[in-house]
Write a protein that binds this ligand. Structure first.
Ligand code: SAH
Ligand code: DHB
Ligand code: MG
Length: 223
């Protein structure tokens, strides 16, 4: 093995997929083409990691920003089980309908709610309503509004909660976002986290079947 590039990264993910084994329902949710942006689901390894983080932290209540076809939602829902709750926010009604089908097929729909609407508004209403705090939040919707979503996640969680953010490296473009509003959103969110003593932040770069990106795992320390 000499060269390294996207093909090798993807080949290694294929080899490692035995550690993130999917049943037919998970595979269908990951490869669904009926949604607005097919292929942007988390990788199998990332799905498995979310599952393990939820299990290891004993999460009962999980909040997700960005449902798409319900792939990450199913991993999280299977971790919390029927005595838990997953709330997932999705802007696109058609995506939400596709996701509900997969959640039904996965047998988890009894403890998963998909809230349809812009995540900033839906999560703002949850803050105003004083909903029971969440134990784990996965942020994976549009990136322009990432600073708002991080703030909402901090408002909607208990101390000790985990907040995971997808797509925080974007092929290295976080170093120079230019005029891309998505990457600018990521840069602003990271800048806010940097000065925030309510949180402990780890950021891991990744290469794999989805190219070069990264994720943040954040622990909310103080209220
Ligand atoms: N978490 C999913 C992938 C989510 S893709 C998985 O890994 O399986 C991002 C999703 O966010 C898309 O379905 C998109 O429609 C949704 N989205 C985009 N902008 C949004 C907004 N403002 N509010 C809520 N959802 C939004
Ligand atoms: C892309 C990937 C993602 O995981 C996401 O949430 C949004 C977009 C992408 O590859 O474009
Ligand atoms: Mg993502």
């Amino acid at each position: 093995m000499t060269a390294s590039g996207p093909e090798q990264w993807a080949a290694v993910d294929e080899r490692l997929a035995v550690f993130a084994r999917e049943d037919a329902v998970l595979a269908a949710a990951r490869t669904s083409t009926e949604v607005s942006s097919p292929g942007i689901q988390v990788s199998r390894q990332m799905g498995r990691m979310l599952h393990i983080l939820a299990l290891a932290s004993g999460a009962r209540r999980v909040l997700e920003f960005g449902t798409l076809a319900g792939y990450s939602t199913i991993w999280l829902a299977r971790a919390v089980g029927p005595s838990g709750r997953v709330v997932s926010i999705e802007l696109d009604r058609a995506n939400a309908a596709v996701a509900r089908g997969h959640l039904e097929d996965a047998g988890v729909s009894a403890w998963v709610d998909i809230h349809c609407g812009p995540a900033a508004e839906v999560s703002g209403r949850m803050v105003a309503a004083g909903v029971e705090p969440f134990d784990l939040v996965f942020i994976d919707a549009d990136k322009q509004n990432l600073p708002t979503y991080v703030e909402r996640a901090l408002e909607l969680t208990r101390p000790g909660a985990l907040i995971v953010i997808d797509n925080v490296v974007r092929g290295g473009r976080v170093l120079d976002p230019g005029d891309d509003p998505q990457v600018q959103g990521v840069v602003r969110a990271l800048a806010a986290l940097q000065g925030d003593d309510r949180v402990q932040v780890s950021i891991t770069q990744t290469v794999g079947e989805k190219g070069w990106d990264g994720f943040a795992v954040i622990r909310k320390v103080a209220p």
